[in-house]
Ligand binder design. Structure first.
Ligand SMILES: O=P(O)(O)OC[C@H]1O[C@](O)(CO)[C@@H](O)[C@@H]1O
Length: 204
């Protein structure tokens, strides 16, 4: 029988379309200076760093957790500023969950973008995010969000707290297999990343 003392308090959250999460328990921000090695065009990255400075905000994450351990959820918002580094649209670092079978829900609250999804054995999906659209990321998919619009891309996400994040995998692979780049007409298109050498651990 569950001991009553071990039962966490429920959370009541107010979720703003601007990403403000009333009831949050933590916040972190990623700034341009934190994004070294994430974008393929390193010279465009260095130029932007010189222009905007390392403190320029790229994305902000507000999270709510009320428990640890198996079964606990992390619920939060991610707010990514618009922009490009060279031809490549603004991205999050991207990760596979450290416990790879853990899934995640993303629900777009405002802005426009994509969730870029790849499996270790080479499958790839780019699923559009627009207000009201949700994406279910199953376990075993590397994922990254991409802001292809002119406004902040705000998503509400939810995943098992014990999922963790493996950030090394993408770097070890030479980047994700697909790049989301400007198509020359103000839209986006996918381009194969020539530096991608396959994910470690993939069955050939
Ligand atoms: O953890 P990353 O890859 O930097 O990206 C941040 C995004 O991923 C999340 O960690 C959720 O998995 C959110 O905080 C946010 O949408």
């Amino acid at each position: 029988m569950t001991e009553l003392r071990s039962v966490p308090e429920p959370g009541s959250l107010l979720v703003g379309t601007d990403g403000a999460l009333t009831g949050r328990t933590s916040v972190y921000e990623k700034r341009l200076g934190d994004m070294g090695g994430v974008y393929r065009d390193e010279s465009a990255y260095r130029d932007l760093l010189a222009e905007l400075g390392p403190d320029h905000l790229v994305y902000r994450v507000e999270e709510h957790r009320c428990a640890e351990g198996p079964g606990a959820l992390t619920i939060g918002t991610s707010t990514m500023q618009p922009g490009r580094v060279g031809a490549e649209y603004a991205v999050t670092r991207g990760h596979l969950h450290a416990v790879p079978d853990r899934a995640e829900l993303y629900h777009c609250l405002s802005g426009n973008g994509l969730l870029l999804l790849e499996t270790l054995d080479g499958r790839s999906e780019a699923l559009e995010l627009e207000p009201g659209r949700a994406v279910h990321v199953p376990g075993h998919w590397v994922h990254r969000s991409v802001n292809t619009g002119d406004e902040p891309l705000v998503t509400l996400f939810c995943y098992n707290t014990d999922a963790g994040q493996n950030y090394d995998l993408i770097a070890q692979a030479g980047g994700m297999a697909s790049l989301v780049v400007e198509d020359g007409e103000g839209g986006w298109t996918l381009r194969r990343n020539p530096d991608h050498v396959g994910y470690p651990g993939a069955v050939a």
